[in-house]
Design a protein around this ligand. Sequence first.
Ligand code: PMP
Length: 460
Amino acid sequence: MTFVPNSASARDIAHHLHPYTNLKVHETEGPLVITRGKGVYVYDEDGKDYLEAMAGLWSASLGFSEPRLVDAAVKQLKELPYYHTFTHKSHLPSIDLAEKLKSVAPVPMSKVIFQNSGSEANDTVVKLVWYYHNAIGKPEKKKIISRIKAYHGVTVASASLTGLPNNHRDFDLPIANILHADCPHYYRFAQDGESEEDFATRLADNLEKLILKEGPETVGGFIAEPIMGAGGVIVPPKTYFEKIQAVLQKYDVLFIVDEVICGFGRTGNYWGSQTFDLKPDMLSCAKALSSSYLPISAVMVNEKVYQAMVVESEKIGVFGHGYTYSGHPVCAAVALETLKIYEERNIVEHVQQVGPRMQAGLRKFLDHPLVGEVRGTGLIGAVEMVQDKKSRASFDPKLGLGAKLAKIAQANGLIVRAIGDSIAFTPPLVITEAEIDDMLARMKKSLDEALAWLDEQGVA
Ligand code: PMP
């Protein structure tokens, strides 16, 4: 492709290093430059509309044009554009937001600490697991178990928790003391004839074996997304978390729930923790906390963890952690307004109402020759394309079918995320039934075109 000199695309290629992008391909293909948004749609430089079926990065829950969030930011910028929360300083937006988050928490929580991103929240979590165990006189209890295909971020510690090869390979990760347990994807990893419950039992047994092998006195934490997002929208099998939590309790392992995607209504409850009956000691959240209009994340800790932290910080004289922008007043004000809107517009009930339409619509794709599995709940879902529905055999990854489908969808005005050959859907939570139908129609067209493309490649 050739680019008009000095066009946004040409300048992007010349100057901008993109995250999560094939850098070589970008040099020739350039970016899709989005210039504005309205509701669940975004528009490129030529005015072409795209239904944003990923809400950006699973995150712009109120869509792309909520004026109240803009007003909240402007009001706060005029009043107090910046202040920090170090050394006994505070400001009203962070106090209000901490109080609000505690009031909606899925289990009783004691304190809230703020960061700027999901990665930083989970980085904080790793440090708190270590800090806590030093505080209670168990300095050897430092290993943290995550899961294969988990996504918890990209900082050194959170990327280590992430269980995806691309986040480790060439970055010399994971760091020491981070382990990865089984991925709970029933469709992919259950054995022949194994029920969901039996699969869950086997995974919980394997977790117990792992803890015993490492030594329970060395295992301090277990972190999980309620539904794994970037790893492929993996919904846990029935009874999985019940059995996993029993193992964690038995060996006194802190349970950390990463609600960065599932929090704030995505799964049809306020928290994914409620959808799967999780009882976290710590909870991280971000993304929909501010509808992603400004960067902010939070970690909530329970009383047990907090009390230990108090003792330790008293010994040392300070709790030596925090960011210049922890609880940034403008970000906190926008987050507060976001949470207010969720309540006023009954966003959780809205997801309960429209979610089934998306889920049913996606499940209809099971009739399509390419689709082997559809999974999800609420407004999070995925469609997995397979070469052979009966054996569940995947296409040769070299074909890049998922990426091709996403490209076809983009041409059809639909932005989705390809994770291998799974196509993820997490539209803004404000999506209407008519917009869901529009999304599904654009997907159907794209699936048909992907099938035709496969035929052209001579792939049966
Ligand atoms: N946890 C989960 C579950 C996520 O999905 C993500 C981002 N996709 C993160 C953590 C990291 O968040 P961020 O990109 O804001 O650092």
